[in-house]
Design a protein around this ligand. Structure first.
Ligand SMILES: Nc1nc2c(ncn2[C@@H]2O[C@H](COP(=O)(O)OP(=O)(O)O)[C@@H](O)[C@H]2O)c(=O)[nH]1
Ligand SMILES: [Mg+2]
Length: 230
């Protein structure tokens, strides 16, 4: 849940989740570099990225970066990734605690389909079925620079099978996960910043309009005088 300290500083926790090797660490690395070098009017990183890695370079424990809003200097985003290997499941559960919004990093290589689905099922389980209804969810279908990758429409079908994609008549339809085809590598990054910005926006709306839940968009929302912005 969003935390506010006695100085009025707001802390939002966002989590990158997905199977090992899908590109979570790469995505926050790229986000860090993009916000430092290019998107200077929205958020900027404070301090360095904390990366705790094995000798192989894959994540041991987690990575964490802290980003501060430039328009509202009291808003901080704590961004975490998890270690994707199956054996780290208890650790992922711990890191998940207190999360306000999730980016699921789907590895678009077809050989990784079963791992993606297993990781998505674990996330549903860890979140106690609160995805979308209480925790905004967005999807990266990553590694689009490689040949013959999975695309948005196929991933939307998988989400529908997992009850994470709603038909127009359903209440949560407005909060369906946006599925982004992405490249996390800095050299030809695609959608990495946009997806973070959209998750920050949705998280703010869940807080400001929905009191921590998905706002009901079938009713005219009662707009508060002040909606937090990036
Ligand atoms: N071709 C390609 N490789 C990527 C992309 N994103 C990440 N990788 C590579 O995939 C491997 C695993 O990435 P990493 O970020 O460590 O995955 P994590 O386990 O999800 O944190 C690394 O070798 C990355 O360079 C991408 O968009 N395209
Ligand atoms: Mg990693």
């Amino acid at each position: 849940m969003v935390r506010i300290n006695k100085n009025g500083e707001v802390f939002v926790k966002l989590l990158y989740w997905g199977p090992a090797g899908g590109g979570k660490t790469t995505a926050i690395d790229t986000l860090y570099r993009l916000t430092k070098e290019q998107y200077s009017d929205t958020v900027e990183p404070t301090g360095n990225l904390t990366k705790i890695a094995m000798a192989s370079g894959s994540t041991l424990y987690f990575d964490r970066g802290i980003f501060q809003s430039k328009k509202q200097s009291k808003i901080f985003y704590h961004i975490y990734t998890v270690a994707g290997q199956a054996r780290f499941s208890p650790l992922r559960k711990k890191i998940f605690t207190g999360t306000d919004g999730i980016i699921f990093v789907f590895d678009a290589q077809r050989s990784r389909l079963a791992d993606n689905i297993q990781s998505l099922k674990e996330l549903k389980n860890v979140s106690n079925q609160r995805l979308i209804s209480e925790l905004p969810l967005l999807i990266m279908v990553n590694k689009q620079d490689l040949p013959n990758t999975m695309k948005k429409a196929e991933v939307e079908q998988i989400l529908a099978q997992e009850n994470l994609f709603f038909a127009p008549r359903e209440k949560l339809h407005a909060w369906n996960p946006i599925v982004y085809e992405t490249i996390a590598l800095y050299s030809n990054a695609q959608n990495v910043y946009q997806i973070f910005a959209e998750l920050a926006r949705r998280t703010a709306l869940y807080q400001a309009l929905g009191n921590g839940k998905a706002p009901d968009m079938t009713k005219k929302p009662n707009l508060p005088s002040h909606v937090p912005d990036l």
